[in-house]
Design a protein around this ligand. Structure first.
Ligand code: SF4
Ligand code: SF4
Length: 483
């Protein structure tokens, strides 16, 4: 039976990745990759290699798959995805360039045991010209929040890495570069330094050379730590950032690794540390896998870092736990383990906080005014709460993200005399969200602002508050959104 066509006023199930995402994978092109879930291919490698894939073709596939998502008889992984939302069909723009996953090759200089490419012994060079697919989209198609997960394989092994970076810089698409850091690349260092690479993300997954070698197939631990020191130094210039990840597997949960990794991070001072799990048992449908050892190790590492002033980010919560029920249950168990073990560990002794030698700050909590919406209220640091009127005020929303974009529809915020956005990433500066300009933090002082409203994703909260306070005149009121 043919799939139903929709009218502009119909309410349909959809998702932002189906509307504007592109996953350029080794087996073809699809809307996204979410680990445990996999939407159907738009086209395979042969079709891509023939160079026949146009923007119109991709738009047609997006329309077809959104119709499938709304069709009771069709089967697709998207139907089990927690990202699905309801929207007016006429409001969907099928031609945008939003989230890009660049993974059209799998060559790598490591052999991680948790990696699908290692398990399948699949080490493929570039399977097609991904740049020509991306070039189908014009600058006007690039959404304000467009970003690329530049993964693979190992990007530093691409001969044309600079051509990709140049494309993303000129199209003003934020780059999240996933490299194993075995090979230092000057273009990556330069990209972090000037902010054209927003994040460099490296999994280390070990605190000892022996575990690194056993888990990742090469004796490169010390070289990786050295290269990460350089990227962390580039990140300390305030534009791009380095995140170091620990993926808990069955073989890296011992105390030696947890301790070694924690102290390596205190020495390196990446801009962030992210904790997560090996998703393989979930994505391969092996429910019932025993995660208890990993959950315990996760909680220990999180608390050890916290004791010394590093607040690690729960990457897992944003990844698998946002799309899968089993992932969410595991995240709940992690939070309970942290609470249980945390009862016995003092986390607030200033002498145990290691000073960040790169910016000379002690990581500390921020005590700000808080605001909530509908009704719009402010709670001052002392605890006193009252209605808050923004009428006639000039306000900035920080950072430029979905949370602050949503605030634009709040009636009290619409009362403000002037609204702008402020964001750290130079790639975003000068872009507009619903007609409101995105500025850099360094311009706050010249914008004659009355208040800055901060509504940030959890992993950026500290950095954003830090930079907002540093750049704001004393007269500016700063308030952070609470749920
Ligand atoms: S798997 Fe989820 S996020 Fe991906 S396209 Fe389908 S609904 Fe969207
Ligand atoms: S570094 Fe990445 S691509 Fe390379 S083997 Fe490990 S997980 Fe796979």
């Amino acid at each position: 039976m043919p799939l139903k066509e929709f009218l502009p006023d119909d309410t349909v199930k959809t998702c932002c990745k189906l509307e504007s995402g592109l996953n350029l994978a080794v087996d073809g092109l699809r809307a996204c990759t979410r680990g445990a879930l996999m939407p159907p291919l738009f086209c395979n490698v042969e079709e891509l290699s023939r160079g026949m894939i146009t923007r119109d073709f991709i738009v047609g596939k997006r329309k077809e798959y959104i119709r499938m998502l709304n069709d009771d008889a069709s089967d697709m992984d998207c139907k089990r995805c927690l990202m699905v939302e309801q929207k007016r069909y006429g409001d969907i723009l099928f031609s945008g360039l939003g989230h890009i996953d660049l993974q059209h090759y799998s060559i790598c200089n490591l052999r991680c045991t948790y990696c699908t490419y290692t398990r399948e012994d699949l080490h493929l060079s570039e399977q097609y010209d991904a740049l020509s697919v991306l070039k189908q989209f014009s600058q006007d198609d690039v959404q304000w929040n467009s970003h690329v997960d530049f993964a693979g394989g190992e990007p530093t092994l691409l001969e044309n890495l600079e051509a990709y970076l140049d494309f993303f810089r000129t199209r003003r698409i934020r780059v999240l570069m996933h490299t194993n850091a075995v090979k230092f690349h000057q273009a990556i260092y330069d990209g972090i330094s000037d902010g054209s690479i927003y994040w460099v993300i490296t999994s280390v997954d070990a605190g000892t050379p022996s575990t690194f070698k056993a888990l990742r197939g090469q004796d490169k631990y010390l070289r990786v730590i050295e290269n990460l020191s350089r990227y962390a130094a580039a990140g300390s210039k305030g534009k791009g950032m380095l995140a170091v990840k620990y993926i808990f597997c069955d073989s890296n949960c011992g105390d030696d690794d947890i301790t070694g990794f924690a102290y390596a991070m205190l020495a390196l001072r990446p801009q962030q540390v992210w904790l997560t799990f090996d998703f393989t048992p979930l994505s391969s449908g092996r429910s019932g896998h025993d995660y208890s050892g990993q959950i315990e190790a996760y909680a220990k590492l999180y608390l050890l870092l916290k004791k010394h002033g590093i607040e690690a980010f729960h990457y897992y919560k944003e990844a698998i736990a946002s799309v899968s029920k089993e992932g969410k249950d595991i995240m709940d168990q992690i939070m309970k383990a942290i609470e249980r073990l945390g009862c016995d560990i003092p986390l607030d002794i200033p002498d145990l906080f290691f000073v960040d030698f790169r910016n000379n700050n002690i990581s500390a909590g921020f005590d700000t005014d808080k605001f909530s919406v509908r009704p719009f209220k402010i709670t001052h640091k002392g605890g006193q709460s009252e209605r808050w009127s923004l009428a006639g005020k000039r306000i900035l929303l920080a950072p430029a993200c979905a949370l602050t974009q949503n605030l634009l529809s709040d009636p009290e915020i619409q009362n403000a005399a002037w609204i702008g956005f402020v964001d750290r990433n130079p790639i975003q500066h000068g872009k507009t969200i619903e007609g409101r300009t995105i500025y850099g933090y360094e311009t706050i002082g010249s914008l004659d602002i009355d208040a800055i409203l901060v509504a940030s994703p959890e992993k950026h909260r500290r950095d954003i508050l830090d930079v907002v306070y540093k750049n704001s005149p004393d007269s500016v009121q700063i308030a952070e959104m609470v749920d």
